[in-house]
Design a protein around this ligand. Structure first.
Ligand code: HEC
Length: 149
């Protein structure tokens, strides 16, 4: 009986968590549209083109294009491993305490920025938020990344 109650309770507690799983389509795409698309949208250069002509694009305020799920993954997994995390991080766990330079675009107020950062973190996955680059990330850390479509 107690086991049943326990099972019921854990199912009841787990259900809302599942229903609220953060996905690209449901959560990140709209958030990205509101906060990032002006500079990373279809009129921005693809990563390869951007990387070869950084100064040119920085001068006109364009970052690399990341307007599809696939393009966005470049900045999470490969080749720009952890770029989304480094740029959006609030700096609270960093040695110098400095936020990433895209953190400010997450919202007009600190409360909004924190809320949207939390959403990105949840999307990336539990314990998967790392600022490490491609040459430093471990296989285990990479495997934690969810970033569900
Ligand atoms: C006002 C324009 C603007 C907005 C809004 C903006 N960015 Fe950027 N972003 C840039 C520019 C310009 C660069 C390239 C210069 C640099 O590296 O800082 C850049 C660079 C980046 C990079 C590094 C890409 C790389 O690997 O070189 C990432 C990741 C990034 N932005 C993510 C985001 C995300 C996510 C958002 C929305 C939450 C966002 N940016 C909002 C202009 C913007």
């Amino acid at each position: 009986m107690r086991a049943m109650v326990g099972l019921f309770l854990s199912m009841a507690l787990a259900a809302p968590a599942l229903a609220q799983q953060v996905t690209y389509r449901k959560d990140i795409r709209p958030l990205w549209g509101a906060k990032c698309s002006a500079c990373h949208g279809p009129d921005a250069p693809y990563l390869g083109e951007f990387s070869e002509n950084k100064d040119k694009y920085k001068a006109i305020g364009k970052g690399p294009r990341m307007d599809t799920y696939a393009d966005l993954l470049f900045f999470i997994a490969w080749p720009d491993t952890g770029a989304i995390m480094r740029r959006l991080d609030d700096g609270k766990n960093a040695k110098d305490g400095k936020p990433g330079n895209m953190y400010s675009t997450l919202g007009a107020t600190e409360a909004e920025r924190q809320k949207n950062l939390a959403r990105f973190k949840e999307w990336i996955g539990k314990d998967a938020w790392t600022l490490k680059r491609r040459d430093a990330i471990t296989k285990d850390e990479l495997a934690r990344i969810q970033a569900k479509y």
